[in-house]
Design a protein around this ligand. Structure first.
Ligand code: FES
Length: 371
């Protein structure tokens, strides 16, 4: 059997690693370098946590120093982050909140701990400076165009501020902040992630118009009239028809924005970034079923709305996954029998042997998955 490495395209380092890989076979030189410094590996990308910083009571910024394989990002892009919790390996996607212009070779991600969210809570509360996290390369199309839009309208809510913050920081770093309107929703003033920085930006740049909209009264009562609406938009940004919209936040906000611009015939000016896939209504009479994970010889009951990735994880399995929103196909698994429902469009899939994305499919009766 031959070593699996192939001669790299060129360069002294490439040729050197080709020969050292032959000596290191069946591992690669990179595996030994990992023992010395995980950032030197080339077979996987890791990042060291350099600093943690609490933004609010439940949101934390992690400063990460990526390893040698890193390539720069564009403002608005996201990365996959591997998070080991309780002996299991999970992957989540987080937007990079720092601008590409940062000059210390580090990036930041800003994570909000969601109630009941095991992984986000772990990142916010448990990850220590000096620890290493596997990361992916930057991805995503939610970016400012190379030619800066003349008049952006940023609309964000909660941790949806993170890609917008990267964009704002990048525009400021390049001294190219155009006349901008930014509407940001948060429960209270003290929940605004990057609140101080945003307010300082608004003070320093008169053409950056920041509107913080608080959706709860002190004490926790929701104020329904502070949600996105046509009247509110007209009031905060009267020239919205002439702006390029970049929006990130919960599905309900994004749906309201999309339908408003669609009704105005201006959909092409709306760019949205979603935290999770948009799901369709599940029929009232939909039922779950008994899910058999064939290779693991595990059988569990599942309802009609919980995605099968979550069902598998709750059962103690650790399936491959990436985006958890139906984009990357890392979670693809074969349907061996039975039916599942694609939660994005409600379609029932019952073709034996079909690959399904378990992060966006739920049981639609008994089914058997090749996991
Ligand atoms: S995890 Fe990316 S498609 Fe399922």
């Amino acid at each position: 059997m031959e070593p699996k490495s192939q001669e790299p395209a060129g360069g002294l380092l490439g040729r050197l690693s080709y020969f050292t890989d032959m000596l290191a076979w069946p591992l690669r030189t990179s595996h030994y370098l990992e023992l010395v410094n995980p950032l030197w590996t080339t077979h996987a990308l890791q990042a060291r946590v350099e600093k943690v910083w609490d933004e609010t009571k439940d949101a934390r910024t992690l400063t990460l120093r990526p390893g040698l394989n890193w390539r720069g990002h564009r403002a608005g892009q996201h990365i996959r982050v591997g998070v080991p919790v309780g002996g299991m390996h999970y992957t989540r996607t987080y937007t990079i909140s720092s601008p590409p212009e940062r000059d210390d070779d580090c990036i930041t991600i800003t994570v909000k701990a969601h109630p009941g969210g095991r992984i986000s809570s772990h990142l916010v509360r448990q990850v220590k400076v000096g620890s290493y996290l596997p990361i992916g390369l930057p991805q995503g199309e939610f970016m400012l165009p190379d030619a800066t839009p003349v008049q952006p309208l940023f609309i964000s809510a909660g941790s949806g501020i993170t890609p917008i913050m990267s964009m704002l920081r990048s525009l400021v770093a390049r001294d190219r902040l155009p006349p901008t309107v930014h509407v940001h929703y948060a429960p209270h003033d003290y929940d605004v992630i990057f609140g101080k920085e945003l307010k300082a930006l608004a003070e320093k740049h008169p053409h950056y118009h920041l509107h913080l909209v608080f959706t709860q009264e002190l004490g926790g009562q929701a104020t329904g009239n502070n949600r996105f609406s046509a009247e509110q938009l007209n009031e905060l940004c009267p020239d919205w028809r002439h702006r390029e919209v970049y929006a990130c936040g919960p599905a309900s906000l994004l749906a309201a924005i999309e339908s408003h611009w669609q009704a105005a015939g201006l959909s092409r000016h709306v760019h949205v970034e979603r935290f999770r896939a948009a799901f369709s209504e599940i029929p009232q009479d939909a039922v779950g079923g008994r899910v058999s994970f064939a290779r693991s010889e595990l059988v569990v009951d599942a309802d009609s709305s919980t995605n099968l990735l979550r069902v598998a994880e709750d059962a103690g399995l650790n399936p491959n996954h990436g985006c958890r929103m139906g984009i990357c196909h890392t979670c693809d698994a074969t349907l061996k029998s039975g039916c599942v429902r694609d939660l994005r469009n409600g379609n029932v899939i019952n073709e034996t042997g079909q690959l399904i994305q378990i992060c966006v499919c739920a049981a639609a009766g008994d089914c058997e998955i090749d996991l």
